[in-house]
Design a protein around this ligand. Structure first.
Ligand code: NI
Length: 165
């Protein structure tokens, strides 16, 4: 396994549409293993292939049980409810914004061997499914919020909210 460089906002590759994966071979498995190592090392909860410069429909999501879910050619097939909360991205370091997402998301995808499966989750993992799958069509979370904040600004907001209580 090897670490891959995480591409940052401003690089045009992040705005491109990804192609479907058609070969479920050793090269794909190597990419998935590298993405897993890169995601763990960066201490994130999700990573999409374009973030490491690969324009293929591949995302990894770490669920609430700390398991990595590999989603190849994923599509969201059902959603319900709503959540509004802070989101960030390894490609937009140090910036966070409030984004509205569904509370529950069901995804159909293929695994690393090409087998189709479905997975459903809620809260942060549902948010992560949406965020990562958006990357595959060239979209970043900050397009969905009015503005982004630094960690210091968020700390200050939370401090002020605490004082009002
Ligand atoms: Ni992201």
């Amino acid at each position: 396994m090897a670490l891959r460089e995480i591409i940052k906002k401003g690089d045009e590759v992040l705005g491109k549409k990804c192609h479907p994966v058609t070969k479920f071979d050793a090269k794909l498995h190597r990419l998935l293993d590298d993405m897993a190592e890169t995601l763990r090392q960066a201490d994130g909860v999700g990573l999409a292939a374009p973030q490491v410069g690969i324009l293929r429909q591949i995302v990894l999501v770490i669920n609430k049980q700390d398991q990595i879910i590999e989603l190849i050619n994923p599509e969201i097939i059902a959603t319900s409810g709503e959540q509004y909360g802070l989101e960030g991205c390894l490609s937009v370091p140090g910036r966070y914004g409030f984004v509205k997402r569904p509370m529950v998301v069901r995804v159909r995808a293929q695994d690393r061997f090409g087998n189709t499966f479905e997975v459903e989750d809620d809260e942060i993992t549902a948010r992560c499914f949406c965020h990562e799958i958006d990357h595959l069509s060239g979209h970043l979370f900050d397009e969905l919020c009015d503005r982004t904040y630094t960690v210091e600004e968020i700390d200050e907001m939370e401090r002020q909210a605490g004082e009002k209580e």
